[in-house]
Unconditional design. Structure first.
Length: 139
């Protein structure tokens, strides 16, 4: 069995944003030389997420609106976490809802997806560099 590991870096210029990282994950799969296996993609920061869904801007705005309703950024005083001097208590909750990672099968050297599935990086406390791990195992 072969193993491959790569870190992808992102610097979202706004507090929140969603990025389709499917092309980068497909590039990792090609680089790995693995045609049959499993791909783990996970955010390595506790205020960011990785998830699978449709690449449709209305849906992304719906996510942003929904998450902001569930865990609004302001007032920052509502979150006990922010008593540490931070202002990202909401980002931790948003990450918990959207998830830390996804696992995707690789079949015949391609991501084994349904017709509209894509992999996204979700940022909830941006404006600095953060990492996503891509780990592939297989043959």
């Amino acid at each position: 069995m072969k193993s491959y590991r790569k870190e992808l870096w992102f610097n979202i210029p706004t507090r929140r944003g969603f990025v389709n990282i499917t092309p980068e994950v497909e590039r990792c799969l090609r680089e790995s030389g693995i045609s049959e296996g499993l791909i783990l993609v996970n955010a390595m920061h506790i205020t960011a997420s990785v998830f699978i869904n449709d690449d449709e801007s209305g849906l992304h705005q719906d996510y942003d609106d929904w998450l902001e309703q569930l865990a609004p950024h302001e007032p920052v005083s509502r979150y006990r976490h922010n008593r540490t001097g931070e202002d990202n208590g909401d980002a931790h909750l948003k990450r918990q809802i959207m998830g830390r990672e996804v696992v995707v099968a690789a079949t015949n050297g391609k991501l084994d997806f349904g017709p509209w599935e894509r992999i996204f990086y979700g940022e909830f406390d941006g404006r600095r560099k953060k990492r996503v791990l891509v780990k592939i195992i297989g043959e």
